[in-house]
Design a protein around this ligand. Structure first.
Ligand code: GDP
Ligand code: MG
Ligand code: ZN
Length: 315
């Protein structure tokens, strides 16, 4: 009799499957689960719904089949690698944790994350953490401006402080019953926030070394944590800068900036890249402050990455 479950942890060739009856079973893979056309280091990922075989006397089992994924995110296993690593599957929502000071998250980083989420069709939420540090007038104005900008584009923006507890109840509600990915630069408070919503989990916080040693994390696997009294899970992706990379097509990039995409319907040329073409509605909107300069800059920075004359040296 096969059972169903969800993969909650992956370490090397072992997958921990939480079964529908609540047990955690160590599993290996039996069969070929490789994605067509892509070489992956891990054919099965955290978040996958799977079927497993009977449990052997030693308590382990085999994953025998995988239920089709509604989505998944991948990144290259390393910069030069042709192999991809599946970070997670079946994600309901991606939360980007950002801070406006200590440390400052760049708008380019935010916008790249959001564009990638759009490309993967994963709904994204921005969580501005450490708002307790934004008491000064200038900081409060910055906070308002950033929330207003992303709200006006259509993103949910939540303000939190793990210190004062502001926004934590709202965060818990937003996480409830879903598989959520938590991303953000090192030091923004991801582990601290997870500790706030899952009492007793005691994740290590303030791992300063991770800001300096990026190479250290390339083999770290994702893990899902279950919310208390809830079938929601949080996926913590240690050391992974948010999402995996996506190979954008030059004419597609604007599709992943919703406000730019809406306005681009009025560009004279349907293949307008919004950089130099006459009759560009996006650049008009920019001149009239209807599109934000920082968003446009982020758009250009992604285009710039794609430009064929950009030569990337292998170091
Ligand atoms: N002032 C303030 N500090 C915070 C807040 N959340 C986390 N921190 C601190 O920020 C540092 C980094 O937090 P951590 O959770 O390790 O960040 P991570 O790298 O994203 O997991 C720690 O010293 C936390 O105590 C917050 O809301 N306000
Ligand atoms: Mg952490
Ligand atoms: Zn245009």
């Amino acid at each position: 009799m096969n059972k169903n479950g969800i993969v909650i942890r992956n370490t090397g060739s072992w997958y921990v499957v939480k079964t529908n009856d609540g047990n955690e079973i160590n599993c290996k893979i039996k069969g070929n689960f490789r994605l067509k056309g892509i070489r992956t280091t891990n054919p099965i990922a955290v978040g996958d719904n799977v079927e497993i075989s009977d449990v052997a006397p030693d308590g382990s089992a085999f994953i025998t089949s995988i239920i089709p994924r509604k989505n998944y995110i991948i990144r290259r296993a390393s910069n030069l690698s042709k192999e991809a690593h599946i970070i997670a599957a079946n994600i309901d929502c991606a939360f980007l944790i950002v801070t406006l000071s200590h440390p400052t998250t760049s708008t380019t980083f935010i916008d790249r994350f959001l564009a990638t989420a759009e490309a993967y069709r994963v709904p994204a939420v921005i969580v501005i953490n450490k708002v307790d540090l934004l008491e000064e007038q200038d900081d409060a104005e910055l906070l308002d401006a950033v929330s207003y900008l992303y709200n006006s584009i259509g993103y949910t923006v939540l303000k939190t402080s793990a210190i004062t507890g502001e926004g934590i109840d709202e965060l818990r509600v937003m996480l409830s019953g879903k598989i959520s990915l938590l991303s953000g630069n090192s030091g923004v408070g991801k582990s601290t926030l997870i500790n706030s919503v899952i009492p007793g989990i005691n994740l290590r916080t303030a791992e300063i070394s991770s800001t300096h040693d990026t190479g250290m994390h390339t083999t770290t696997f994702s893990e899902m944590f279950q919310l208390p009294d809830d079938d929601g899970y949080i996926i913590d992706t240690p050391g992974v800068k948010g999402f995996g990379t996506i190979d954008f097509d030059e004419h597609e990039v604007s599709h992943f900036f919703p406000e730019i995409f809406r306005i681009s319907q009025d560009c004279r040329y349907s293949d307008c890249t919004h950089t130099h073409e006459p009759g560009c509605a996006v650049r008009d909107a920019l001149d009239n402050n209807l599109v934000s300069q920082s968003r446009y800059n982020s758009y250009l920075s992604i285009l710039d990455d794609l430009s064929p004359d950009k030569y990337r040296k292998p170091f």
